[in-house]
Design a protein around this ligand. Sequence first.
Ligand SMILES: Cc1cc2nc3c(=O)[nH]c(=O)nc-3n(C[C@H](O)[C@H](O)[C@H](O)COP(=O)(O)OP(=O)(O)OC[C@H]3O[C@@H](n4cnc5c(N)ncnc54)[C@H](O)[C@@H]3O)c2cc1C
Length: 451
Amino acid sequence: MTKLRLAIVGAGPAGIYAADILLKAEKQFDVSIDLFEQLPAPYGLVRYGVAPDHPRIKGIINALREVLDSGQIRLFGNVLFGRDITLDDLKKHYNAVIFSTGSIRDAALNVPGIELEGSYGAADFVSWYDGHPDFPREWPLDASSVAVIGNGNVALDVARMLAKHADDLLPTEIPDNVYQALKASPVTDVHVFGRRGPAQVKFSPLELRELGELNDVDMIVYDEDFDYDQASKDAIASNKQVFVIDKVLTQWRARETGAASRRLHLHFHAKPLEITADDNGRVASIKYERTEPDGSGGTRGTGEIREIPIQALYRAVGYFGSPLDGVPFDEKRGVIPNREGQVLDDNDEQVYGVYATGWIKRGPVGLIGHTKSDAMETIKHVMNDQANWWAPSHPEEDAVTALLSERGVEFTNLDGWHNLDEHEKALGEPHGRVRIKVVDRDAMVKASNPA
Ligand SMILES: Cc1cc2nc3c(=O)[nH]c(=O)nc-3n(C[C@H](O)[C@H](O)[C@H](O)COP(=O)(O)OP(=O)(O)OC[C@H]3O[C@@H](n4cnc5c(N)ncnc54)[C@H](O)[C@@H]3O)c2cc1C
């Protein structure tokens, strides 16, 4: 029987779901899958993006783990595509490759002053609090008043992590350095800014509601933001998500505030104009223009400029993918150009043998569940394209292991991940915590591959 030797690069949900769907599909050929991941631990943004105080979502890892543990997938952790293994290498050993490398960088925001000291990208902060090994261990949490720009779920995650008391995060898996830094944070006010009105936000109702349950944090919303136009009223009446969001915000408007030591402010109809600097070139304030509904679901500027003093600013305006050596890349959208997962070159012609799925295929929007439907579409093409698969010169399974060893790549495998997983759980156990994450890459590799 023909055999499909498939490489998948990126062990986030998209890559793991793709493997699962292919293994379960009815097909006329055998399959063997090697999953390459640059980190010593799998699961991508489920481990390194989803907030630590969202254990239910983190629990998706259990389902992903079942797929890895099915015995039909080899995991090569700590292997960076582009450095440790290249597209030419993959062509020698596999019939096809799926890239599921996601996105980890912050999208740019064109506001004067955004480059000042004290202005950060949300993605970097998320990587820090979720203990990503490629990001600095230290994070400067020295501001009492902080701005977060953005009206999506990542903005809410960042605002919540900044406002929440560190001790309330202790039951989670946060690394110790993160707990210590959050514990020492002098923050009192977190201001979230969105250009549009409450009926146009991109928050999930659940994420929003959660803010109102934070211990010792007052939710501050401003009555002036609720002067709805007809388009907003229609959105509230016709869209269940918007209806719930409005309901939650309406409840907060009626709440007594003033007793909490921290405040989380939601400023709607606030378009950031400029970040000003103090004498040392650090963030000192955010200037924004009030906007108003334009009658058709959008907003327009009112010309009224306001200013709030801040000492730190986070932009949560989206993620952006990174290019991969030898693989086409759309610089504008930060994705691999593709047609339903079939990768396309500059002339929109299919690049045979090369596929994409997940955030690097579609762009950084959507929940973990969406990567499953993505993967189905991509896998359908991988299967149907059999006539155009690569013809590898060395398809033997040992060949790629030998190649990595020859190159001195200290790769980890599935047993290694189990070792690291157990090690992290053991670190948490004496403290009554589910796990404490290991952050340092060498320490992760050492725990994975004990001598
Ligand atoms: C802050 C944040 C919070 C979120 N919270 C939620 C939530 O609560 N609920 C929800 O459903 N969704 C949430 N999401 C969305 C969810 O994380 C994504 O939908 C999903 O992770 C995208 O999957 P992916 O596999 O495409 O990418 P990723 O999860 O990013 O996985 C990509 C993998 O590829 C690896 N990789 C990258 N480059 C290379 C390379 N060159 N060589 C080898 N490996 C490489 C990466 O290390 C990573 O492991 C959140 C996202 C963010 C950013």
